[in-house]
Design a protein around this ligand. Structure first.
Ligand code: SF4
Length: 452
């Protein structure tokens, strides 16, 4: 696709609001890289925007209604100003498409995640020709990534996302992703390596490989394990991570990588959703708890420092006390860290949409119980690091510029007394204090210190 420039769009400002997951964050960055070519600058002040883009997420409850109430807010802000171009992108755009334009005339364009390569032409067609409202929601992942891979990331972030895979063929009964992001698609191996090099050339030290089923990656026989081993060969890459994985796709080659890789971090985000085989089956998760634990045991044997994080759906329809206890037992066994838990809420169009809900009071009690345990695990892990030395990849200065911020190998925030010249380096930090979310420490200059 050729790039068109429109002098009318020069010095236009775009405000992008992103909801949801890291894939949406990655997409928002790529959308901006693209619209820059037709003259848009980014603004963090929505009131000065000529274009207001909402990159939406369909995972959370009442996603659609949140979009309309956000548009209501924008309308108020711009009541006495020139109306901005209003674009709805992301999974709600994909799911609702034409309906959004009918229901809310303030919206100008609706563009789904597989049509982002067309965003410049879509904007220009609309603004130049004052064409009627446009909705672009066809699935065309191949063209999208062919186009987006030619865009150079200039954000220069120390930790950079790189989407390698999109979509899902698994159809868990609670999830909208197979409908909003389409079937599983793996980007060409070489295209990903080229993009990784671009990111590293522009300052990235950590590459986080993204996909809705990142470990289902398969391009002409190349698997996620091949990508990890090739990306870590780039000299300036210090750390590699991947998310989000499906337990069924934790193949032997990926497990083996934990033996050979020098830069793959020892935190595995492997959503299990429930500790009960009965519930896993009714969710259509396609694996058992025994299989999950087998992966856990194998990885722990390779490296006892590996920790697991997960997502949990509490009170999925049919969850009885025993099923909930099974989830508690699993948490006790695995000692998950950095995990997320939510009460089930139905998504339109999914198999679980019309199932009978667990009583609200019971659900709230279960959620509180599980969160208390997960938080306590996190507190204990962080406490166990006090007076130990951890490796920290330094990302930036804190907002008041008085400290430095980085992340441990397990992704925990670390705040310490570094310098701006430490940004992009791995430094050793002695932990002095901690809370649930963060570690606080002092940089260590003596390299004889024992590392946790
Ligand atoms: S594996 Fe299940 S939860 Fe994950 S994206 Fe696919 S359908 Fe959704």
């Amino acid at each position: 696709m050729g790039l068109r420039k429109n002098p009318n769009n020069m010095n236009q400002k775009i405000f992008i609001k992103t909801f949801g997951c890291q894939m949406n964050e990655y997409d928002s960055n790529r959308i901006f890289d693209s619209v820059k070519k037709i003259g848009y600058e980014k603004t963090e002040k929505y009131e000065e925007a000529n274009c207001y883009l909402l990159n939406t997420c369909h995972i959370r409850d009442k996603a659609k209604e949140k979009v309309y109430s956000e548009i209501g807010r924008v309308k108020k802000i711009f009541r006495s100003k020139k109306k901005p171009l209003v674009i709805i992108a992301g999974c709600v755009a994909q799911a609702e498409n034409q309906e959004m334009l009918k229901r809310e005339p303030y919206i100008d364009l609706v563009i789904g995640p597989q049509a982002y390569h067309k965003i410049n032409d879509t904007i220009l067609n609309y603004t130049e020709k004052k064409k009627k409202k446009i909705e672009e929601t066809e699935f065309d992942a191949v063209s999208k990534f062919n186009y987006l891979s030619k865009i150079k990331n200039e954000a220069g972030k120390v930790s950079s996302f790189l989407t390698i895979q999109e979509g899902c063929d698994k159809f868990c009964h609670f999830c909208v992703v197979p409908y909003t992001r389409g079937p599983e698609y793996s980007r060409p191996f070489k295209q990903i390596l080229d993009e990784a090099k671009y990111l590293v050339d522009s300052g990235a030290k950590e590459i986080i490989l993204l996909g809705q089923n990142v470990n289902a990656y398969d391009n002409e026989g190349y698997r996620l394990s091949d990508l990890i081993l090739n990306i870590e060969k780039l000299h300036d890459v210090k750390r590699v991570r991947y998310t989000t994985s499906h337990p069924k796709d934790m193949t032997e080659d990926l497990i083996e990588v934990y033996k050979t890789s020098k830069k793959l971090m020892p935190l595995v985000h492997l959503p299990v959703q429930s500790g009960s085989n009965k519930i896993l089956e009714s969710m259509n998760r396609k694996h058992t708890i025994e299989e999950y634990l087998s992966t856990f045991d194998k990885l722990k044997e390779i490296n006892p420092k590996i920790e697991f994080s997960s997502d949990f759906i509490i009170s999925y329809p049919g969850e009885e006390d025993q099923d909930f206890k099974d989830t508690l037992n699993l948490i006790e066994r695995v000692k998950f860290i950095n995990s997320y838990s939510f009460i089930f809420s139905p998504r339109p169009g999914t198999v679980a949409e019309n199932l009978d809900l667990v009583e609200k009071k019971i659900s709230i009690e279960r959620l509180q119980k599980i969160q208390n345990i997960l938080f306590e695990n996190q507190i204990q892990l962080n406490k166990s690091l006090e007076d130990k030395v951890v490796d920290v990849l330094v990302e930036n200065l804190t907002d008041d510029q008085s400290k430095t911020f980085g992340r441990s190998e397990h992704m925990t925030s670390v705040i310490f007394n570094g310098k701006s010249s430490d940004i992009g380096k791995i430094v050793k930090v002695r932990i002095k204090d901690s809370n649930r979310n963060s570690l606080f420490g002092e940089i260590v200059t003596n390299s004889n210190q024992k590392v946790a």
